[in-house]
Design a protein around this ligand. Structure first.
Ligand code: AMP
Length: 469
């Protein structure tokens, strides 16, 4: 029988690599909290129409990359419906904003999300069919200040801080303004006109784009077309005064925060909903990403809520490609210190009669609160009573600095025989002594089972709430 494999373009994430994923996610969550963002979780699939209207029918995502199916009705009261695995999360967040009338609170909504997205792309390193995004959106009624250039700069500064905090080296922020919803059609018309006499000299892809979505021609990396593309009109010349002023204010705030950037007049990004500020963070060589060097992208979408039938709710957001962030970190730095391969102790029961004793000792060691380290107990691995002592030593030595030998005698006396692999005598101790031995770096430790005085009351070392205070 043939063996089954993960579907092309999808992959399993395994330990210890998942520790790096958790580290990145925990860092992002902590940072978002400092900037006042709350988490939103939207469904992984939505009505196809949401993406057709929100992302745009003519985009690559909607026209060829979505996983869409006709969902059959299960009851007479239901209708069959076209559903799609989300290819991105902004449309879902804005749908939720409208559905839950978040705008009626009057305040600015700052929402972040974290989760898998799905696009039927040609898989390669850094490009998958199921990939992960960490993103955030800031939106609200105009009166909440959602249109302010300060919001754009705040989001960009937050991203710069996150990349720095994670230790990403050599990132580059490129940004542009694609103008308001009235500037953009004027520019697209001019682009069409400029493309008409020259498009036949372009590659096939660009000939098609020139017809269906001329802005996408600007994204093209086709080397033979670069000179022609650079000769096309620039969006900057089509911005009205309000858009130009908005963009200048974003740049001024970035300057004040010391965030470096490059203005790239060709950065228009593929999705239809962007207005005014658009941006991308890329990483240079040494990132391990090759051509897929865009770490994250985003921009303003002042008209998206209305496109989806909602109230006016200008906003700005971004999505970080988490897979690419991880690949970059792996290429740029050693994260070995994060990967905890070691246990504090290995428990070796001698004979199956000692298995239960070993497990109850493991329970005791793993499950009490250590206030200074803010951790629950110790990292403990338990062997198996049927192992010969020699085998237990061989296994234990790879996993932990010490082994506890739990024989018939130790169980009967409720004791532990401890041996350090680095040398030294075997020592016999109580479990309280063992806790103290394992916590040499934790001066405030209260050993479970012992009582202490805190000056006023007698407290027990056993209880979580006492130890947390
Ligand atoms: P987008 O929604 O296309 O603006 O993408 C935002 C970010 O998500 C990109 O900068 C990439 O880092 C990441 N991304 C997009 N598509 C993929 C993919 N197929 N595989 C991995 N990451 C992706």
């Amino acid at each position: 029988m043939s063996t089954l494999k993960a579907v092309r373009g999808t992959r399993d994430l395994l330990p210890p690599e998942t520790q790096l994923w958790n580290h990145v996610e925990a860092s992002a969550r902590a940072l978002f909290a400092r900037y006042g963002f709350g988490e939103i979780r939207t469904p992984v699939f939505e009505a196809t129409e949401l993406f057709a209207r929100g992302v745009g029918e003519e985009t690559d995502i909607v026209s060829k990359e979505m996983y869409t199916w006709e969902d059959r009705a299960r009851a007479a009261s239901e209708k069959a419906q076209s559903l799609t695995l989300r290819p991105e999360n902004t449309a879902g967040v804005v749908r939720a904003y409208i559905e839950h009338k978040l705008g009626e609170t009057g305040g600015l909504q700052k929402l972040f999300y974290l989760g898998p997205q799905f696009r039927r792309e040609r898989p390669q390193r850094g490009r998958y069919r199921q990939f992960w995004q960490i993103g955030a959106e800031v939106l609200g009624p105009v009166s909440s200040g959602s249109e302010s250039p300060l919001r754009d700069a705040e989001v960009l500064e937050m991203l710069a801080s996150l990349l720095d905090e994670l230790g990403i080296r050599g990132w580059r922020l490129e940004l542009n303004s694609v103008g308001s919803s009235t500037d953009r059609p004027r520019y697209v018309a001019a682009l069409r006109e400029a493309l008409t006499p020259i498009k036949h000299r372009m590659c096939e892809d660009n000939q098609r784009r020139a017809e269906t979505n001329p802005l996408r021609v600007l994204d093209s990396k086709a080397p033979e077309d670069q000179d022609l593309i650079n000769s096309l009109p620039k969006i900057a010349d089509f911005l009205d005064d309000a858009s130009r002023d908005h963009f200048q204010q974003v740049l001024a705030a970035l300057d004040a925060c010391g965030v470096s950037y490059t203005v790239n007049p060709r950065l228009v990004r593929g999705l239809d909903y962007y207005t005014r500020t658009t941006f991308e963070f890329t990483v240079a060589d040494g990132s391990g990403l090759g051509t897929q060097n865009a770490l994250l992208g985003g921009g303003r979408y002042d008209g998206l809520s209305e496109m989806l039938g909602g109230p006016k709710a200008p906003g700005i957001g971004f999505a970080i490609g988490e897979d690419r962030l991880i690949l970059t970190l792996q290429a740029q730095a050693s994260y070995d210190a994060l990967f905890r391969r070691h246990f504090d102790i290995y428990l070796a029961p001698l004979g199956k009669e000692q298995n239960a004793y070993a497990l109850s000792l493991a329970q005791y060691l793993r499950n009490f609160w250590r206030p200074v380290l803010r951790t629950k107990g110790f990292h403990v691995e338990v062997g198996e009573g049927n192992f010969r002592l020699k085998k237990s030593f061989e296994v234990a030595e790879k996993l932990a600095p010490v082994i506890a030998i739990l024989g018939e005698e130790e169980r009967a006396a409720n004791l532990i025989k401890l041996k350090e692999f680095a040398g030294g005598e075997q020592r016999v101790m109580t479990k309280e002594e063992l806790v103290r031995y394992l916590s040499q770096n934790d001066p405030t430790l209260k050993v479970p089972g012992e009582t202490y005085t805190d000056g006023m009351h007698e407290v027990s070392g056993r209880h979580d709430s006492v130890n947390k205070s």
